[in-house]
Design a protein around this ligand. Structure first.
Ligand code: BGC
Length: 789
C-alpha cells in the first residue's frame, strides 16, 4: 500500500506558489467549475498524452506547439508507458499509465533513486486462462494492482483481450483464448482484481486487433455477426460486469474507419448500448484525425503529440469541431483523474511484496500448464535420480513474451535450476555443451542494439551429433524443452515457428530413439508463446507438458509438475490443429515463407502500394463465426488436441448432471469425483447446442465453466453453473438483434469440447430478442461471403 501524504498536495503548492488566483481546485463536486476555468488550450492539452518517448525511443514532440504555461509534464523517472499532463493551478494531477498483461512494465533503474526496482513477471495471459480458474486470475490482478500502487502507477494497460483468431498472431500470448466467453470471464476477474486496489485498468485492444502485420492500418472486414458474437463479446462482458476505468481503442480499422475515429464503436456500442462510463484512450498511435477521434468519443490521444493539441485548438477555432464535444471528453478525463491514487496523494513506497508475489506467481502458473500426453504414467517421475536435459530452452527459460507485454523481473528460474533445486543430478556434459552454445550466441550479440519492439532473437536450437546422443543416456529420463517467443509488432511464421525446425524434429527423434532403446523415457516440455504443430511428432515422446510461458518462476513450476509436487490441471483455451492450414482463418492471415514479416508493418511490400495487399492492407474475416473449435467441431475436422483438453495425474468421473429451468435461463449442476489415486482439480466445461432451425449456429458453444477445489482420491464436489437467456443469444444481422430461440437446448457437461460426459436437455418456451443499433456494417459483398460460408 502507499502512504497518504497530503490529501491534496496542490494545496501546499497554492500556498507557496506564485500568484494565487481564484481558480477552483478539482474536487468531485466542482467539475463544472473546473471545466469553465480551463482555456481551450488547456483542454486540448489534457486530451493529448504527455508523450514520454519511452516506447519508441525518443520524443515525438517535433511539431512546434507551445504548451500552455500552466501545463506540467509528468516526470517519468521509472519508464512508464504514458501519462497525461497535469495542471497544478486547477488541482488536475497526471494519470500515470504502465503496461501490462503479465505484470507491470517499468524500467529497472528509476532516475534519482539508488538501487534496482523490479516487478513480478506473472504467467502470461494464455497461461492464466489455461487455469480455467477465475479466482486465481483475480488474485494475480490484486497483486499486479498492489505493485502498480507501490510504484505510483494509476492505470494498468491491461488486460489484453483480443481473440486468438489465428495461431500466428504475434500477441496471442497476451490474450486469453479463441473463445469470447472464456476471454470475458478471465478479463472480468483480472479487472476486478486490479481495480480492487484502487488502480484502474485499460482493457485492450478495442477491437478486432487480430494480427500485428500492418497493425496500424489493417482494415478488419467482417460481418456484424462475427463482430458482435466473437470480437466484441468479451469487451461487452467486461464493461457491463467489471467497469474498467478505461478502454484502449486499437490501432486497426474495422469495416472502414479506424476504431479510434468510429463513433459507432466508441459511443453507440460502447457507451449507449453497454453503459461504459470511463475514458477511451487510443493505442500508442501517431497522429490521426484528432477531431474525428474527439467526436467519436476517443477521449485521450496516446502517447500524444503536440500537433494533436494544435489540431484540436485550430479545429475548434475554425468551427470544424465543437467545444462541447471537447468538453465531453475533458469531463470524462477529470472524473478519471479524481479516481487516481496520484490525485488522492498516496505516496509510492517503491516496495511491493515481491516475495509474496513470486510465491503467488508460482502457485498460479502451476495450474496453467496443460499435460498433453502421459503414456504409462510417465509423469510424475518415479524412482528417478538423474535427468538429462536437452534443448537450449531448458537452460534459459522464457518467462513471457516481448514488446509492451514484457516485464522486467529480477530473474527467471530455468528448468536446469528448478530441477537442480529439487535435488536431481544433471548430466554435466550436456550442461557444458548447452551453456557454451548460449554463451557463444551471447558473445555474437555484444554491441547489437535491441529494444522493446526489436527484441533479441531466440537462440537457434543446437544441432547435436546423433552419435553423441546414442550411447550417452546417462540419466534415468530425458527431458527436451522446445522454446518459442513472440511479441508485439510481428506475427509469427509457419516454418521454424509454428512448425518445428528440422533440428528440433531431429533432436526429438534422436533422443526418443536413443533413450527408448535403452529402456528409458522421454518428456517434451513446451515453453512456448503460442500454438505449435504437434501432430507430426507427438507419438514419439512418452509425455508432453505444455508449459506455455509461466512467468519468472517457470523452471520451478515445471519441476513441480515433473516431480508430482503439483498435479497439472490446466486445459487448452484454443485448438491445436493437425496443421496450420486447417484453420479457416489461415486463408486470410498474413504469412510469409521467405522470412520474418517486416517490422510492425507490411510484409513483402514497401510503402503504400496499389492495389491494396490482401491480409496486409485489409483482412477479410471470411470464416465469420467459425473461429477455433466453433469451426473444428461444427465441420467434424480432426485436430491434434481439442479446445478444453488437458490430462491429469488422476482421473475424474461426472455424475448427477442436472439442469433446472429458471425465469431468466437455467442453473445446471454436476458432481465431479476424483476417481484416481492422487489429489487433483478438474475444470468442467458447459457447452450448449441450440435448437435447430432459425439462425445457423456452431454445433456447440461454451456458455459456462467451473473448476473443482483440490479433490482427494474418492472425494466429490458438486459444481453449479448459471446461464441466462441473453448468454444463449446469437446475433441476427438481418434484424440487427440478439435473439434467443425457443425450443430444446442440449446442455453438455464436458471435460473438453471433444469429451462430453453427460448431456441434459433444457426447454425454453418463449423466444427473446434484444434489438441493437445497426452499425459497423461491412460492404455488402463481404456480408454475402460470410453468410455463404
Ligand atoms: C501497445 C499497447 C501498449 C502501449 C503502451 C502499444 O504499442 O499496442 O498494448 O499498452 O504500446 O506501451
Amino acid at each position: 500500500m502507499r502512504r497518504l501524504i497530503l490529501p491534496f498536495f496542490f494545496l501546499a503548492l497554492m500556498l507557496t506558489g506564485p500568484a494565487v488566483s481564484a481558480q477552483p481546485l478539482l474536487r468531485p463536486d466542482n467539475i463544472d467549475a473546473v471545466l469553465a476555468a480551463m482555456t481551450l488550450e488547456e483542454k486540448a492539452t489534457l486530451l493529448v498524452g504527455a508523450n514520454q518517448g519511452v516506447l519508441y525511443g525518443g520524443s515525438a514532440e517535433t511539431i512546434p506547439y507551445e504548451l500552455p504555461a500552466t501545463a506540467v509534464m509528468y516526470d517519468n523517472r521509472m519508464g512508464v508507458g504514458g501519462s497525461t499532463y497535469s495542471f497544478p493551478h486547477l488541482g488536475i494531477t497526471p494519470i500515470v499509465m504502465a503496461d501490462g498483461p503479465a505484470g507491470l512494465r517499468l524500467s529497472v533503474r528509476h532516475k534519482g533513486k539508488e538501487g534496482e526496482f523490479y516487478c513480478t513477471a506473472f504467467p502470461v495471459g494464455t497461461t492464466l486462462a489455461s487455469t480455467w480458474n477465475t479466482e486465481l486470475v483475480r488474485r494475480i490482478g490484486e497483486a499486479m494492482g498492489e505493485e502498480a500502487c507501490a510504484y505510483g502507477v494509476d492505470v494498468m494497460l491491461a488486460p489484453g483481450m483480443n481473440l486468438h483468431r489465428n495461431p500466428l498472431c504475434g500477441r496471442n500470448f497476451e490474450y486469453y483464448s479463441e473463445d469470447p466467453f472464456l476471454t470475458g470471464r478471465m478479463a472480468v476477474a483480472m479487472v476486478d482484481g486490479i481495480q480492487s486496489q484502487g488502480v484502474g485498468t485499460s482493457v485492450k485492444h478495442f477491437a478486432v486487433n487480430s494480427q500485428e502485420t500492418n497493425r496500424k492500418d489493417n482494415d478488419a472486414i467482417l460481418s456484424t455477426r462475427a463482430l458482435r458474437e466473437l470480437y466484441l463479446k468479451a469487451f461487452e462482458m467486461v464493461v457491463r460486469e467489471a467497469h474498467p476505468w478505461t478502454v484502449m481503442s486499437s490501432y486497426n480499422r474495422i469495416n472502414g474507419p479506424w476504431t479510434q475515429e468510429d463513433p459507432a464503436l466508441l459511443t453507440t456500442i460502447l457507451r449507449d448500448e453497454w453503459g461504459f462510463d470511463g475514458i477511451v484512450l487510443s493505442d500508442w498511435t501517431a497522429k490521426r484525425h484528432t477531431d474525428a477521434q474527439v467526436r467519436a468519443g476517443n477521449d485521450l490521444m496516446m502517447p500524444g503529440n503536440r500537433d494533436q493539441m494544435k489540431e484540436i485548438v485550430e479545429k475548434v477555432r475554425s468551427g470544424h469541431l465543437s467545444e462541447a464535444d471537447v468538453d465531453v471528453c475533458v469531463r470524462r478525463l477529470l472524473l478519471t483523474v479524481l479516481k487516481t491514487h496520484t490525485y488522492q496523494g498516496l505516496k509510492p513506497t517503491d516496495a511491493p511484496d515481491l516475495k509474496a508475489h513470486a510465491t503467488l506467481s508460482r502457485d498460479v502458473a502451476a495450474e496453467g500448464m496443460v499435460l498433453l500426453k502421459n503414456e504409462d504414467g510417465t509423469l510424475p517421475l518415479k524412482d528417478v535420480r538423474t535427468l538429462d536435459l536437452f534443448g537450449n530452452t531448458s537452460y534459459r527459460f522464457i518467462s513471457g513474451g516481448t514488446g509492451s507485454g514484457r516485464v522486467n523481473a529480477a530473474y527467471t528460474v530455468s528448468l536446469k535450476e528448478g530441477i537442480a533445486a529439487a535435488g536431481y543430478s544433471l548430466d554435466s556434459y550436456l550442461d557444458g555443451v548447452y551453456s557454451a552454445w548460449l554463451a557463444y550466441h551471447d558473445a555474437l550479440r555484444v554491441g547489437e542494439q535491441y529494444s522493446i519492439l526489436r527484441p533479441a532473437p531466440v537462440v537457434p536450437e543446437l544441432e547435436l551429433d546423433r552419435a553423441k546422443i546414442f550411447g550417452r543416456e546417462k540419466g534415468d529420463v530425458a527431458i527436451i524443452t522446445i522454446g518459442r517467443n513472440a511479441g508485439e509488432a510481428t506475427d509469427r511464421r509457419i516454418p521454424a515457428d509454428f512448425d518445428l525446425t528440422a533440428t528440433e524434429t531431429q533432436l526429438i527423434r534422436d533422443v526418443c530413439d536413443a533413450y527408448h532403446a535403452a529402456g528409458k523415457k522421454v518428456v517434451v516440455v513446451l515453453n512456448v508463446a503460442g500454438v505449435i504443430e504437434t501432430a507430426s511428432w507427438k507419438a514419439w515422446p512418452d509425455a508432453i507438458l505444455l508449459a506455455w510461458q509461466l512467468g519468472q518462476e517457470g523452471g520451478d513450476v515445471v519441476t513441480d509438475a515433473l516431480t508430482g509436487r503439483i498435479n497439472p490441471s490446466g486445459k487448452l483455451t484454443m485448438t491445436f490443429p493437425l496443421q496450420y492450414f486447417d484453420h479457416p482463418s489461415s486463408f486470410n492471415f498474413p504469412f510469409d515463407f521467405n522470412g520474418p514479416p517486416s517490422f510492425g508493418s507490411k510484409m513483402s511490400v514497401t510503402g503504400r502500394v496499389e492495389p491494396l495487399v490482401k491480409d496486409v492492407d485489409y483482412t477479410r474475416y471470411e470464416e465469420g463465426i467459425y473461429v477455433g473449435y466453433r469451426y473444428f467441431s461444427s465441420f467434424g475436422k480432426e485436430v491434434s488436441y481439442p479446445f478444453g483438453f488437458g490430462l491429469s495425474y488422476t482421473s475424474f468421473s461426472y455424475s448427477r448432471p442436472s439442469v433446472k429451468a429458471e425465469k431468466d435461463g437455467f442453473t445446471a449442476s454436476v458432481t465431479v469425483t476424483n476417481s484416481g489415486k492422487v489429489p487433483g482439480k478438474e475444470a468442467v466445461q458447459l457447452y450448449v447446442t441450440a435448437p435447430s432451425g432459425g439462425l445457423e449456429k456452431p454445433v456447440c458453444e461454451l456458455k459456462s465453466f467451473a473448476k473443482t477445489r483440490l479433490l482427494q482420491p474418492g472425494e466429490s464436489q458438486t459444481l453449479t453453473f448459471r446461464v441466462d437467456r441473453y448468454a444463449l443469444a446469437s446475433f441476427n444481422e438481418a434484424a440487427s438483434s440478439w435473439e434467443t430461440a425457443s425450443g430444446t437446448y442440449q446442455v453438455h457437461f464436458a471435460a473438453s469440447v471433444a469429451d462430453v460426459r453427460a448431456t441434459v436437455p433444457f426447454k425454453l418456451s418463449k423466444p427473446a430478442s434484444w434489438p441493437v443499433h445497426r452499425v459497423m456494417e461491412p460492404m455488402e459483398s463481404v456480408q454475402e461471403l460470410t453468410r455463404n460460408h
